[in-house]
Design a protein around this ligand. Structure first.
Ligand SMILES: [Fe+2]
Ligand SMILES: [Fe+2]
Length: 285
């Protein structure tokens, strides 16, 4: 794992140098104006479809508010799930080298969860629930590891697409830009680390696994990417925005060609990486 060791040294150093106190860093306004845009328009789940075009300005703003709360809620649940998996592996035999970075990863993710949850409860009065499927139990440790670390990587790369855009969108209130900016800053280290782990475990699996095991991992990851994008279409959000039947809106929006093209853009970087390393056998969208 010598390549891995070098990258881990660099990432640990970076985490130490760039460490900030998340409990002091942010200036939380008492409220966010309902007349402000809370989510970059092109990131809104029905953007580019007739559903969005037919909304008036106040409806668009209300939808953007709840989509924003949904995005940070998804982060809270995604982080809890990945923390459980990483905590289960820190200082376990086979993870001696990555454990040096796991400390930073666990610490930073706990802090992300803190500020995302605070945003949701402060300004939305709630965190949207999740109904995410559990990570399947696999008897083969390497297969379980590849599933866990690929899921983490896919999740982090999807979120990062949104973070990067919102961090620099001057239409958004400062607190929203700032949480996206700080998250993106920390995540670039996590993504670099995740890619190393995924390549490492995949190499081990390919040396010993049958074709059907390899295909089942590839199919699983493909489904996981699709389900990751589907989480952005939350019927509760559409209900809270007063748009009518949330489930009907979800199914109308999710398969619209403009949305499929957007899914392709969001996941382009991850899919390219997974295709390059043979963790996917074909494009997803
Ligand atoms: Fe994070
Ligand atoms: Fe992360």
């Amino acid at each position: 794992m010598s390549d891995m060791a070098r990258i881990i040294d660099r990432l640990v150093q970076r985490s130490v140098n760039e460490y900030y106190n998340p409990y002091q860093h942010f200036e939380w306004p008492p409220s966010i104006d309902e007349g402000d845009l809370w989510m970059s328009e092109p990131l809104i789940s029905v953007y580019g479809t007739p559903i969005y075009e037919n909304l008036d300005r106040p409806q668009k703003l209300c939808l953007a508010k709840w989509e924003s709360v949904n995005f940070y809620s998804m982060n809270v649940h995604g982080i809890r799930e990945l923390l459980l998996e990483v905590v289960n592996r820190v200082h376990v035999p086979g993870f001696e080298e990555p454990s040096r970075f796991f400390h930073h990863f666990i610490g930073e993710e706990n802090e992300h969860m803190y500020f995302f949850a605070k945003f949701c409860t402060n300004y939305g009065g709630k965190i949207y629930p999740t109904k995410k499927i559990k990570i399947r139990e696999n008897k083969d440790q390497d297969i379980e590891n590849i599933i866990v670390f690929s899921r983490i990587l896919i999740f982090e790369e999807i979120v990062d697409f949104y973070n990067m855009r919102m961090a620099t969108d001057h239409m958004l209130p400062p607190i929203i830009r700032e949480i996206n900016k700080m998250h993106h800053q920390d995540e670039s280290g996590h993504i670099a680390f995740g890619r190393q782990l995924v390549v490492y475990f995949w190499r081990r699996i390919k040396e010993k696994s049958s074709l059907s095991e390899i295909t089942s991992v590839q199919n699983y990851l493909r489904e996981y990417i699709i389900s990751g994008m589907s989480d952005f279409y939350n019927p509760r959000v559409y209900n809270d925005a007063g748009l009518g039947n949330g489930f009907a809106l979800r199914s109308a929006a999710i398969s619209h060609p403009a949305r499929v093209e957007f899914h392709r853009q969001v996941t382009k970087r991850t899919v390219r990486f997974l295709l390059q390393h043979d963790l996917l056998e074909k494009e997803v969208f």
